[in-house]
Design a protein around this ligand. Sequence first.
Ligand code: G16
Length: 541
Amino acid sequence: MLYHATTPFNDQKPGTSGLRKKVQVFQQPHYLENFVQSIFNTIAAPAGATLALGGDGRYYNCEAIQVILKMAAANGFARVMVGRCGILSTPAASCVIRKYRTHGGIILSASHNPGGPEGDFGIKYNIANGGPATETITEAIYATSKTISLYRLIEAEDVNLAKLGDTKLGEMTVSVFDPVADYADLMESLFDFAAIKTLLAGGFRTLFDAMHAVTGPYAREILINRLGAAPDSVINAIPLPDFGGGHPDPNLTYADQLVAALYGDNPPDFGAASDGDGDRNMILGKHFFVTPSDSLAILAANAHLAPGYKNGVAGIARSMPTSAAADRVAAALNIPCYETPTGWKFFGNLMDAGKVTLCGEESFGSGSNHIREKDGLWAVLFWLNILAVRKQSVEEIVYQHWARFGRNVYSRHDYEAIPTGAANGVMQHLHERFSDLTGTQLGSYKVLYCDDFSYTDPVDGSISTGQGVRIGFSDGSRIVFRLSGTGTEGATLRIYLESYEPDVTLHHLDAQQALQELIGIALQLSELRQRTGRLQPTVIT
Ligand code: G16
């Protein structure tokens, strides 16, 4: 049967990055099919189009891929390129969409959210430039999902996803391809692999934690096979449907094995981790953590050291809550720096228009115009390239950067899974305080402005409102409050804290210590403790 009657679900609104829900939600009859058909109806691919397809290997990945293949065949696609065993990291998917000029792709991932039968699943559509669908498209998909009455799916045997090569599914060709090769080749074209090889051969020790998520095979091929790193330098390298019971989020809380190694006795020189779908990264030195905002700024300041960026950087973009460290580098390089809402989808237009080369977010994401997604291993290789050329430690490079540009002291406090009503209450309360805050003195800080961030895309003029409450102080410090758009349980409230420290003698201070007064102001202003009953953040980064 080709046509299947269905009724709409009312909760298929994509968040910051696609539709993310509990696995059980996706397992409801017709739930996945409705959303996929809503994508297909919205994008209206021309006859003969090719689609890329793959996911981070989490629980339900393969089942969903078989359904999507049969729906693609029923919806007139000529070909679907699917990663072997259904595996495709988010950056590799972006790479493949661009390289083979497909009519976009479907990526199955809930990124850094836990997996397994009780965990999360997700799905998103990436457009032909390789980047996440714009808000206009995701809104149209959502609107379609609210009125859908039928979906198309052919009856057929499942496709063998383990075998490379082409097979027929109805009239459509399914091409199962090696998910690693194209991506690894792209990395080799951007970075000085010979210099990194020499560094690693000379006793420099690196440790990469794939967190039992999708980057294991990519890291093995690139770091071990192509760059000669020691076989034990990639840990948790086998992708597992439940990520080994862990939380595949590369931060100081969840990448605990890596953190223990880098902060232990005789640590490696360099440590890094990536997330469920391979687009995030965390960078560590010996007993040293590089905040993602600083990492973006340091990559920008040193970009000319990597062959792929030797001609310089056209511009930089960062999400609003990301610290202004990159702005300082952009000013020194005399290039523009754009401030966008949270979500990689806001960088695509800027990159397509040639306005920016590097982009980054405080949420452990950085990337460039080589693809249209953030890219975990790319950031790791970029750092290794810089380390190989500068022949200094991670810590030395960061301190020298601060000495030159000053330090944007930064931290994010997350309050996860709080009741939605209480979280909305905090945001509502902050909105109500807007009018009387500007000009007031709060401790040693004077409020310069207070608003809810909105963004007008300089390329297509689209406007995005309600992107986070910002309280800016006269010395450049900031507090930002935002509700996450990627959680699946209650609400996650994020508080972003930033101050600027030009004094080199204070650069060694612990961020929590340096930001103590701002943290107190944030809690007092928001009434977060009273309204949520939470006394401590769940995660501090
Ligand atoms: C996604 C988006 C990022 C965003 C992050 C956090 O990352 O792609 O652009 O910064 O979520 O979003 P939020 O603060 O709304 O939770 P990922 O790695 O989950 O795809």
